[in-house]
Write a protein that binds this ligand. Sequence first.
Ligand code: COA
Length: 130
Amino acid sequence: MNKPSIKNQQPPSLRTVAMPADANPSGDIFGGWIMSQMDIAGAIFASYVVKGRLVTVAVDSMTFHLPVFIGDQVSCYCETTRIGNTSISVHIETWVRRKHASEENLKVTEATFTYVCIDDERRPMQIERL
Ligand SMILES: CC(C)(COP(=O)(O)OP(=O)(O)OC[C@H]1O[C@@H](n2cnc3c(N)ncnc32)[C@H](O)[C@@H]1OP(=O)(O)O)[C@@H](O)C(=O)NCCC(=O)NCCS
């Protein structure tokens, strides 16, 4: 059975529109731009959970299911998959609503981003369990 989508469980952590400047030379949206939006979304989400400063340490299982086009409305949905001593892993799904299209939403990418909570000296810092 398919895993239920995060999209149906909570609002997006980030929503934006893919612009012409975000396209690659072929006219499709550059994968690096999508990863960057996901990194920002995951960091916003994780910082609420850990209530501290974070850096990205790893990106796993990045999968591009479908292309993103100029004008698509892009939404990133996040859920915590693991909280360690100093790190937190966030699964992120990116969905689009196509320009001029119906209400149809399409899952275009997903990945797991891991962030480490750091102190002022940039050393890994224990995440407080509330
Ligand atoms: C993130 C950073 C502070 C970690 O320092 P470190 O000395 O490697 O720390 P540790 O080995 O103690 O690991 C810290 C945590 O990261 C996790 N981690 C480290 N490498 C990992 C990887 N490749 N994948 C998943 N988790 C990883 C460890 O499991 C540990 O988690 P835990 O405490 O919850 O068990 C350091 O690697 C760093 O500054 N990296 C650059 C970050 C950066 O600039 N990111 C891009 C811009 S935000």
